[in-house]
Design a protein around this ligand. Structure first.
Ligand code: ATP
Length: 407
């Protein structure tokens, strides 16, 4: 924006009335010359200002016309894929149609590859949307300092040892890996039934390493953000870079990394793109600093083998339902802050509950507390726990499936 030029100084005339007339005449002549020069300068300035006013009026007209079009027409959403001098490739969301469209110089200045934009029927870009922070916030859960510790996790000693070795050690003891000359795995995949402590393990590692915990759920990514999956994956890694050390936890990775099917719907293509973005982020991983990736799935059988190749999720850790000793430990963990009667026999509880998950056990403990409260007691007895176990497992059966309700 050009500024108004400053005005020239106004000439002044000081005539001594006592001076001789020819001196006074000379002073008047000089003053006249000065005034004429200032007049000329002012005329020039006026002309420039008028020109500028004309330009501004034209700009205003154009903006008003654009504004009208924007108000009247429904617009489509698209993502900018590539930018050239006076054109750009945009991909329309929904049908994934890619189009090369002209871009006005004014718009070109504001565009970046990856921007979400609105386009009209003729694919002309109308405006740049600013919703990415929003989408980020909805799709990701960021916890600067999770509070879960290894001591909160029961019955997964072997799995914890492996996670610590492959995820924690490369962050806390990177030098040792350098000295030995091996690359720590980029990603670790935890697989097993729901509610068995996979998320807990990822949070506990983040806690132990003072890393930011960033969680993204594969299913959410695919359901809510059609057309944005690959961009969100990019955002996810960018965010991790900003916050390193960071643990990226991708839950339900099967939603974006399922085996390829024959169907060719645009939804499938979109999921494929999201996965390709994830793989490319992981492949470019060496340059990244203290970022580790943990993914989790309940559907290991469905995974595309491409994600299990070396350098990607090449360390697979099975997280099973807890065994007798594990169940006993989990019962103890979840009742440790409760007022428990002496008659509670943890070994017996663990023996009773055949194939339950850690999440089920937590639900049993909470339910037992509810029984005590309903009975107006402050102490939880073995009878409460047994009744709660009965209730939780019956509810489970009625839901005819794994105990998602308690996860
Ligand atoms: P999902 O596959 O459904 O995401 P998950 O395996 O990630 O499940 P978590 O979210 O870690 O399971 O566990 C859910 C809750 O169940 C935890 O918050 C915790 O209270 C309890 N829990 C599960 N497993 C354990 C365990 N091994 N020790 C202690 N508590 C557990």
């Amino acid at each position: 924006m050009s500024r108004s030029p400053s005005l020239p100084d106004r000439p002044t005339l000081d005539i001594d009335p006592e001076s001789p007339p020819d001196e006074q005449l000379e002073a008047l002549r000089e003053h006249y010359v000065n005034i004429s020069q200032v007049h000329e300068q002012l005329e020039e300035q006026l002309e420039t200002t008028e020109q500028r006013r004309e330009e501004l009026r034209e700009e205003l007209d154009q903006v008003e016309r654009e504004n009208e079009t924007l108000k009247n027409a429904s617009l489509y959403i698209a993502t900018v894929e590539d930018i050239f001098d006076e054109s750009a490739v945009v991909k329309q969301h929904g049908n994934n149609q890619e189009v090369l469209t002209d871009v006005s110089p004014r718009m070109a200045e504001r565009l970046d590859v990856g921007d979400r934009v609105t386009i009209n029927d003729s694919f002309a870009i109308q405006s740049v949307l600013d919703a990415e922070t929003d989408a980020r916030a909805q799709a990701m859960e960021v916890d600067e300092s999770p509070t879960v510790t290894y001591g909160d996790i029961g019955g997964l000693d072997e799995q914890l040892r492996e996670v610590r070795e492959t995820v924690e050690a490369p962050i806390t003891n990177a030098g040792q890996f350098d000295e030995v000359g091996i690359e720590p795995p980029s990603g670790v995949l935890l697989h097993g039934p729901p509610g068995t402590g996979k998320t807990m393990m990822a949070k506990a590692v983040a806690n132990q390493t003072d890393a930011t915990f960033i969680k993204m759920a594969g299913s959410e990514l695919v359901r809510k953000f059609i057309g944005e999956g690959s961009r969100l994956v990019r955002d996810l890694f960018e965010l991790a870079n900003e916050r390193e050390p960071a643990i990226i936890f991708i839950d339900e990775i099967d939603a974006i990394a399922a085996k390829r099917t024959d169907s060719k719907t645009s939804g499938d293509a979109e999921v494929q793109r999201t996965m390709m973005q994830l793989l490319s982020e992981m492949d470019g991983f060496e340059e990244r600093g203290e970022i580790r990736i943990i993914a989790a799935t309940n559907r290991f059988d469905m995974l595309d083998r491409a994600i299990l190749r070396p350098g990607r999720f090449d360390r697979l850790i099975e997280v099973p339902e807890p065994d007798q000793a594990g169940r006993e430990q989990i019962f103890k963990i979840h009742t440790r802050n409760m007022n428990v009667a002496d008659d509670v026999d943890y070994a017996q509880l663990a023996a009773l509950s055949g194939d339950v998950s850690g999440a089920d056990i937590r639900a049993v403990c909470t339910e037992a507390g509810m029984f005590a409260i309903r009975d107006d007691r402050v102490e939880i007895t073995m009878a409460d726990l047994l009744a709660a176990y009965e209730k939780v497992t019956t509810d489970d059966e009625e839901e005819s499936g794994p105990s998602r309700a308690f996860a």
